[in-house]
Write a protein that binds this ligand. Sequence first.
Ligand SMILES: [Ca+2]
Length: 223
Amino acid sequence: MNKKFLSLVACVATAAQAQIFTTDVRTVATDSSSAQSATRLFLDGAFSSAVPANQTYNLWFVADTAGNGVPTIGVTSGSLLGADDRVLFTDRVDGDQPGSTAGRYRRQGASISSSVASGGVTETSVRNSSVFVYLWNNTDNGFNALALANGTVPSVPVGTQFGVYNMGTFTVPEVGNAFWGIDQNVNATQFTVVPEPGEYAAMAGGALVAFAIWRRRQQRSNA
Ligand SMILES: [Ca+2]
C-alpha cells in the first residue's frame, strides 16, 4: 500500500469522525461536575417505591437548538421531536459506570458529531442548545438505531413510554470535554407515545366492526 493511499484513508477516517465537541455526562446529586454520582433514573413516578432503571434501558440526548422545548404530552410517533431538535447521541443507562449500578449513568468523552448540524441547524446552535435527556421505558436492542437519522423524526412504536429532563445549556470549553449533569430524577413512564389521529380512527373503526359482529351473534342466538 502506498503512502498516498494511506493518507487518503486517514483523511476519510477523520472526516467520518468529525465532531463539534466531546462531553462527559453523569447522574449527579447537584449541578456540579465534582459531585458524587447519584441514582437519578427510575422506571415509575412513585419515588417512594420507584425502581431504578438498570443498564438495559435506553437513553437519548437531544439538543433543543431553537430553544422552544421538546414535545412531551400527547406526542405521536410523527411528532416526537420538533423540527429543530436533534438527537446528539444514544446510550444505555449503564454508560461506563463501574459495577453497572442501576439508576446511575456515566459516560466520558461522548462525541457530538457535526452530522447532527443539518436541515437548517448550525453547529453554533448545537453548541448553545439546551440538552434534554430522554429515559425510555424500553430495552429493545435496536431501539436506539431509530434515533440516528439526523434531521428526521425517529419513528417510535405507539405505547412506548419515556421521561425527559432539561439539563440546561452548558459551556463547551476550548480544551477538554463539556460536562452535562443529570441533577434531577427522570421517570421513564412520565409520557407515552400515542397514536396519530388517523390511527385513532382506524382503531375506533375496528371496535365498531367487532361490535357489529357481536350484535349479529347476539341476534342469531336470540332468534
Ligand atoms: Ca425544540
